[in-house]
Design a protein around this ligand. Structure first.
Ligand SMILES: [Zn+2]
Length: 247
């Protein structure tokens, strides 16, 4: 028997009674779990297998497959459902996680990132744009695509007023060192946006959600982080397109 905390990223009904759920677990990446008689179960153990339920799961493993034994809810993010944009953004996050987190990978930091994003999204105490940028850039860093944002790749300057951030390799060049020959997959940004990227990528988790930038910088940051994720995962997401259609 496997006991793990995790959050439900997707649920799919199968037949009359059963369903499959995808769970982002703490220790074992994303697992697909069969829930027998799911639609007969009500109350506590029913709610613990709903979309965005954060629960303690007991699973039985048979070969490659996992079956739900029991589940105890820890927190159900009910209030996400009170806003179409919030639930849509959460669905996009869940889709990204299902795409890029392998089964059996160590995923405690990623689970923590997702839970914290949902917490602030549910409370409404951070803007959706900020949470989206944090989720995208921090996730990419955690899974091996950390941008190289310490200094200009040409001259080593740390704090240029204006700079060019390259989406391909996540490095930057100051205005003096940048050449158009580097291709066209870059964003021209200023120092506050660079510092926000640095904060998201490098800061300790406890301080991750504590930074402020102007609205103008936030919209550049939001575009950059989305482009960075899509480029490196080599795909788009329908849930992202839907979220954007609401803005
Ligand atoms: Zn330079």
């Amino acid at each position: 028997m496997i006991i793990s905390e995790g959050i439900v990223l997707r649920e799919r009904n199968v037949g009359e009674q059963d369903k499959f759920i995808d769970i982002l677990t703490k220790e074992s990446g994303v697992l697909e779990v069969s829930v027998k008689g799911a639609r007969k179960i009500s109350g506590k153990s029913g709610s613990s297998t709903q979309l965005f339920a954060y629960s303690r799961f007991c699973l039985n493993q048979k070969g490659e497959r996992y079956f739900l034994n029991s589940a105890e809810p820890i927190h159900i993010f009910y209030d996400l459902r009170s806003s179409l944009t919030r639930i849509s953004l959460a669905s996009y996050f869940a889709d990204v996680l299902r795409d890029c987190i392998n089964p059996e990978s160590q995923s405690a930091d990623i689970l923590r990132l997702f839970l914290n994003c949902l917490h602030f999204l549910e409370k409404g105490s951070r803007s959706e744009a900020q949470l989206k940028a944090i989720f995208e850039l921090r996730l990419m860093s955690e899974i091996g695509y950390m941008p190289n944002i310490i200094m200009c790749q040409g001259c080593g300057v740390f704090e240029p007023e204006e700079l060019f951030f390259c989406i391909d390799d996540g490095s930057f060049y100051c205005a003096d060192c940048f050449s158009e020959a580097a291709g066209d997959n870059y964003y021209k940004i200023n120092l506050p946006v660079l510092n926000a990227v640095r904060h998201i990528v490098l800061t300790d988790f406890d301080r991750l959600f504590n930074f402020r930038v102007s609205d103008a910088s936030m919209s550049v940051l939001a575009e950059l982080s989305e482009a960075y994720l899509k480029y490196h995962l080599e795909r788009g997401f329908k849930t992202l397109d839907f979220y954007r259609s609401l803005l």
